[in-house]
Design a protein around this ligand. Sequence first.
Ligand code: HEC
Length: 112
Amino acid sequence: MKRNLFPIRKGAFVLTVAAALSTLPSQAQSSGADVYKAKCQMCHGADLKGNTPGGRMTHAQPLDTPEVIKKSDANLIATTKNGKNKMPAFAAKLSDAQITSVIAYIRALQKK
Ligand code: HEC
């Protein structure tokens, strides 16, 4: 009867990411760098390459490719707000100002 004391941990990582996303205070962060580190880096990586456990799990492409660099800010802002495939939607979690500043931060990283 008491055999399943330790349930299967499949998906524990996904839950960890989801918990991190939902518990971080979104309104307290102001700078694009802070927003990126708190909300984006676990998938997209500090270097935009997406070479993180979250990035590999969700198939996040690098954000520093010529294809992404030539997309407009409006396009990237729309993807951040609305999500795309496994990319979560942030419209309800971040203000427009936070999204604009996090895209500006990604632009700065793309130039590195
Ligand atoms: C849970 C993992 C995850 C998190 C967290 C995440 N992303 Fe993504 N992101 C993805 C994936 C996966 C894609 C690729 C979507 C596709 O095209 O299939 C993506 C794509 C994008 C794109 C589109 C790139 C293109 O090709 O047009 C932008 C811009 C982006 N993410 C910005 C952000 C920003 C900004 C944040 C933080 C506010 C963030 N992402 C957080 C997984 C994530």
